[in-house]
Design a protein around this ligand. Structure first.
Ligand code: EPZ
Length: 445
């Protein structure tokens, strides 16, 4: 089954495109809600966005005339934070609505802000009081989390972030990220891409899409080296001519999700259009569990060996090249069907086990203690009415429905569509019995 382009790479590349000085064409764009919404946001701020084909877009950011992205749509997306870096790169300032995204506990952006300050910007968090008036707070270091700005009595959510470089352009800097952050690494890279000199990011994230954004920007005229290692060096170029085409990498998380459906259902699945090295953290774990893996050049076959019983294992999510947090809910579902007791430790997000209560409703035996899940495997799952609480958690309960006895109804599946292209069609093409209900309007197929 063919894997789509990477959602998280697409969001970062669309964001980065806003800093260019000419048009670009992007291929292998996943058709998912978050990406489509982000393209809408970019068009709303003045970029010329043409969907040339379902998976191909032409973007011309030179028609953007103001560094402002103020809209409720911005707060519906996490990836919209890339506008902070891109608009500063382009205008030396920006005013952007606070980004949103899946609820995985606190999702701070202090490292992004630390980077922008190092690149010479003053950063203010702007709140609205009950009269709708704007109240500004200068961000002066420390951790100013969304909703936790000063003074202590302040309870309203922040409305915007305002960044302004007094010189009108970003200045180069050396930046050490205290925590490995995908978003901060990409955002600082974008913000620094036109700075007058060399910027170094240390303790950078190494995810495949960091490399993809760097490759994209380099194709468009930037000079970025070291992406994929923990030190990235960006030599600013005053002008990024663009006028080039770029193909987004395959989605490592979508591929991993479908790979796990094979052992879950006792099946045999080949995922194609992938980069097998990106899948190594998962492939290694699946092999440990007794699953058959055959790597091709751009494909992986995952199969159940005759007579093999799925074995329990322990998994700890880590930044790349560790086991991805974005596959944690799906692997926990798989382990609920393994023989023995498994342990899953979530080290990236403080609160990413919300879906477990839904799995337990279906008969799984999973006990959460802080960031640890202890899974007593091998329990039979029974079809139930469950809820998709977030993108990956929603896919995890959908997967559980594939092996549950009886019918499972997953509510709120629109969150799954934020990040999985045509999930229902793809699962059905693998043999899964899955359908979409529109409860208010009757059943539609
Ligand atoms: C990206 O989120 C992805 N989102 C997430 O995918 C993914 O889970 C995450 O990276 C980790 O791989 C997008 O690319 C749009 P981080 P991001 O900054 O960039 C802490 C999915 O399911 N941190 O790498 O927001 C943070 O609290 C989504 O597709 C700070 O402390 O993640 C977390 O513990 C969900 N300060 C850790 O770093 C900051 O300023 C990693 O976060 C930023 C992050």
């Amino acid at each position: 089954m063919a894997i789509s382009g990477s959602k998280n790479a697409a969001l970062a590349i669309i964001g980065a495109a806003m800093a260019l000085d000419g048009p670009c064409i992007i291929y292998n764009l996943p058709q998912v809600r978050d990406v489509n919404l982000f393209l809408e946001v970019c068009a709303d701020i003045g970029a010329t966005v043409e969907k040339v084909a379902p998976h191909k877009v032409r973007i011309d950011p030179t028609t953007i005339s103001s560094p402002e992205a103020i809209s409720p749509k911005v707060s519906m997306l996490r990836g919209s934070y890339y506008l902070l870096g891109a608009l500063q790169s382009r205008f030396g300032s920006c005013k952007v609505t606070m980004p949103g995204g899946c609820n995985l506990g606190v999702r701070p952006i202090d490292l992004h802000i630390k980077g922008f300050k190092a690149l010479g910007s003053d950063v203010d968090i702007i709140y609205r009081n009950i009269n709708g008036e704007e109240i500004w707070f200068r961000y002066d270091g420390g951790v100013a989390l969304p909703g936790q700005g000063e003074p202590d009595s302040f309870t309203l959510d922040p409305a915007f972030i305002h960044c302004k470089n007094p010189t009108g352009k970003m200045k180069p800097a050396s930046i050490f990220l205290d925590t490995v952050s995908v978003g901060a690494t990409v955002n600082i890279m974008i913000a620094a891409v036109k700075a007058d000199g060399i910027t170094i990011i240390d303790n950078a994230a190494r995810e495949p899409h960091i490399v993809d954004v760097a490759n994209f920007l380099n194709t468009m005229g930037a000079d970025i080296r070291g992406a994929g290692t923990e030190t990235i060096r960006i030599k600013g170029k005053p002008y990024l001519p663009a006028n080039k085409e770029y193909m987004i990498i395959p989605d490592q998380i979508e591929a991993g999700t479908y790979m796990m459906m094979a052992p879950l259902t006792g099946g045999d699945i080949t995922v194609t259009n992938i980069i097998p090295t990106h899948m190594e953290p998962l492939s290694a774990k699946l092999q440990e569990m007794g699953v058959g893996i055959e790597e091709g050049e751009e494909s992986i076959r995952v199969y159940t060996k005759p007579g093999q019983i799925l074995q329990a294992t322990s998994i700890k999510t880590m930044p790349y090249p560790g086991f991805p947090t974005d596959l944690q809910p799906q692997v926990t579902t798989l382990l609920s069907q393994a023989e023995g007791t498994s342990r899953v430790i979530e080290t990236v997000w403080e609160s990413r086990f919300g879906y477990v209560s839904e799995l337990n409703k279906m008969g799984a035996n999973i006990v959460i203690s802080g960031r640890l899940a202890v899974i007593t495997g091998g329990t039979e799952l029974t079809g139930s009415r469950v809820r998709a609480l977030d993108l990956r958690g929603g896919m995890a309960v959908t997967m559980a429905g594939l092996v549950a006895r009886g019918e499972t109804v997953v509510e709120n599946t629109s969150v799954v569509e934020r990040g999985y292209e045509e999930a229902i069609r793809k699962i059905r093409s693998l043999g899964g019995a899955i359908d979409r209900f529109e409860e208010l309007t009757g059943r539609s197929r």
